[in-house]
Design a protein around this ligand. Structure first.
Ligand code: SF4
Length: 475
């Protein structure tokens, strides 16, 4: 099969020109490759992060922990009309108690690996973690602190949720038990647009939750989505201005990812803003936020002040190895090994609650699929996360991978310069404002060759060919 060759600037430019007028099909990718290439595996993080004879864990120099809660309120249309994450329908509070029991059982299997762990940040995501009742937060936070006895005081712990489920009592108990920050998926403040998702959320819920967080000394992020069905520039400007008026310190403003068998993909495509209007929305929001005193940290994250203390779970400012431990339903773990000249491994836990519970009932870790990264995959995965920081540090790339990132993709960087997406100096590749918007396109070009190889291997696997090096997570 012939492959696209993007090694020259003219070929890369032709490739990008065919895509530049399209909607940015996928939200920016945070690692490589996509889970569609991952396979069932018998291996687990315990095979990758082993204990030495002295009881030390052979791990990357830094790490973070992701804790997942699977449940969401039901909506009509389902999954808020657009969401592609695996979730489970919430019906009763005792579902959460049962889930916490199983989360504890999974954590117990990691106890010796996590004893000395000092994550730089912890993110409790989902699903909708603020479905928990007031009395369930001490248990959840207690599990974390019990398994991480060496957690540094003040480690950022973020808990995600939807606006109408943040009560003052919940926020107070979260704060008391170590949560430092909340992240609220508002998506739209405009009531009419918000109702398209089937959520029963009002703008006052967002304003009130931000005020309570401020009163209690909790950090606060609010997510907004642009490129939403029926959305206009006027809607977007109103939402950004109203949100800034709350004084919230952090705003994440990202593009709607339309796909799968969601209501928006099946029934509202014709209501989506055009690609050109969506691009205008990105730049208008960015200008409003910068004028409002927010600094830009990633293509989609804006924070008051310099944001140097912000640890974003999917953004890196260097290529140094960093582990991610995933805990819970559908949680993803990520273990780079490039500091010892190998690729790395990534795993995803069971994406059904029955699968998650069944594995733990059998006394095993609930890993469902995994992928053994080759060195080229590891470089791409690290590069994708570093693109989040708006700069690619050439010296750090060289120190970690023994080559200049400019030499690795010369045609693509040259075409990106010609299109005004990046500027290059001796130290770094810098994304321009347009380049920040075009990160998904840059990623598509950067991964094109490797995706073609993986696709061929995947098809061969489906046809029953013997496994190759790209097939499964094999420590
Ligand atoms: S609440 Fe969030 S995680 Fe749950 S379905 Fe809606 S968008 Fe997805």
């Amino acid at each position: 099969m012939s492959r696209l060759d993007l090694s020259t600037a003219s070929a890369a430019r032709r490739f990008m020109d065919t895509k530049v007028a399209q909607r940015q099909v996928n939200k920016v990718l945070h690692s490589f490759p996509s889970p569609r290439f991952w396979r069932a595996t018998q291996h687990t993080p315990l095979d990758v992060r082993t204990l030495s004879a002295t009881g030390a864990v052979q791990a990357a120099p830094s790490c973070e922990l992701y804790v997942a809660l699977p449940f969401c309120l039901t909506t009509e249309p389902s999954q808020c009309g657009y969401c592609l994450f695996p979730t489970e329908e919430y019906r009763r509070a005792d579902q959460l108690d049962v889930y916490l029991d199983y989360l504890a059982r999974e954590g117990e299997l990691y106890r010796d690996r996590w004893r000395a762990l000092q994550p730089v940040s912890i993110f409790i995501g989902g699903g909708t973690p603020n479905l928990l009742k007031v009395e369930q937060y001490p248990r959840l936070l207690g599990l974390i602190h019990d398994l991480l006895p060496n957690l540094r005081a003040g480690t950022p712990i973020t808990l995600e949720g939807i606006p109408q489920l943040f009560s003052r009592d919940k926020l107070a108990v979260m704060r008391e038990h170590g949560v430092t920050r909340i992240s609220m998926g508002a998506q739209q403040l405009n009531l009419e647009l918000s109702l398209l998702s089937g959520r029963k959320q009002k703008p006052q819920h967002v304003v009130q939750a931000v005020a309570w967080a401020q009163e209690l000394g909790l950090g606060c992020n609010v997510d907004l989505i642009f490129g939403w069905p029926q959305q206009t520039l006027a809607h977007l400007e109103r939402d950004i201005r109203d949100l800034m008026a709350t004084g919230v310190e952090h705003i994440t403003h990202y593009e709607l990812n339309v796909g799968g068998v969601t209501d928006f993909a099946l029934h509202r495509r014709h209501e989506l803003p055009s690609p050109e209007l969506t691009r205008e929305m990105y730049h208008l929001a960015r200008e409003l936020l910068l004028a409002g005193g927010y600094g830009q940290l990633t293509p989609y994250d804006f924070q008051k002040g310099d944001g140097t203390d912000f640890v974003y779970e999917e953004c890196r400012r260097s290529f140094d190895a960093h582990d991610v431990w995933g805990w819970g339903y559908a949680a993803i773990s990520d273990f780079p090994d490039h500091w010892r000249a190998q690729g790395g491994h990534t795993f995803m836990n069971a994406r059904t609650l029955t699968g998650y519970y069944a594995a733990l009932d059998a006394g095993t870790l609930p890993v469902e699929v995994g992928f053994a990264r080759e060195a080229a995959d590891m470089r791409l995965s690290s590069l994708f996360r570093n693109l989040q920081s708006l700069h690619v540090d050439r010296a750090s790339y060289r120190a970690n991978f023994g080559r200049d990132v400019l030499d690795e993709f010369p045609g693509i960087w040259q075409a990106a310069q010609d299109l005004g997406f990046v500027t290059v100096d001796d130290h770094a590749i810098h994304l321009t404002p347009e380049g920040a918007y075009r990160v998904p396109l840059l990623q598509t070009a950067l991964m094109q060759g490797r995706v073609e190889e993986l696709t061929e291997a995947h098809i061969a696997h489906l046809k029953g060919a013997p496994p190759t090096a790209v097939n499964a997570a094999t420590p």
